[in-house]
Design a protein around this ligand. Sequence first.
Ligand SMILES: [Zn+2]
Length: 304
Amino acid sequence: MPTFDFPTWFLSILLAPFGLVLGSFGNVLIHRLPQEEEADRNVVTKPSHCPQCKARIKPWHNIPLFGWLWLRGRCASCGWRIPVRYPLVELLGGVLLAGSVWVFPFGTLIWFKGILCGYALLVLFFTDLTEFILPDVIQYPLMVLGVLFTLPQLAWPTHLTAIWGPGQNVIHVDTFFNGIQSAPAWDPMGPRVTWQESLLGLAIGYGVPWLLNGAYRLVRKTDGIGMGDFKMLAWLGAFWGWGPMLGILFGGALLGSAVGLPLMITRKAGGQTMLPFGCALALATPVVVFFGPALWLAYMGLLH
Ligand SMILES: [Zn+2]
């Protein structure tokens, strides 16, 4: 196996520009995937254009972050004020990749899985926030990928990769390590997400909210949460196992209530007002993935 003998900060700087480009493509996904027309959902061959005046964007104006700064946040053709969301998503893409190597060992499966999950959450957060849509075209493949991520550990349960650990010591880590650990201290002895936990996560992630929604519909005669939310929980369950997925559902509901109840009390929103639950799930996920075990232990400690 290869040894990645670069210092972490160097990897960070190397990865940052790729992250900015990934963030820039995230903006394309966020803008185009929720579109109604098939042709407008093309994210591959259609060149970048201003959403307001449809003018093609010049390549040097399309450079992540710097293009926006250069244009002082306005379209070069029509002067349309580019929403802060655009540079923000680019920046978050950069932070995601640059930060990934500080949390996960570079080049391992968990590193790739973490980036993929983070990137998907970034895109879904903004499609749900702006259009109340969590596109199937993203969520179905993630359900399959979540389960596939557990397969290499079956074939090579003891495969090791050498990486730089704390204090510049070379440590050997499980190459197909697929588990959850509390950040920032990465624990190579932590639990894996097994294929059983992944499949259960997929099934329960879809099933539990489906049942809750059915009960809600009996009482209120309307859907409590959308279909996109079930699918999001399903792939999160496939990625992180059924236990953390339930934690994400709980955390998301807590966050949704914290935002939704004050809105309802001040009568800005009625009982029927839609809140983007996918956004709450996206925010709850990193908290549960990184601090879930610690939070759970603290909670159990409180009980005893
Ligand atoms: Zn324009």
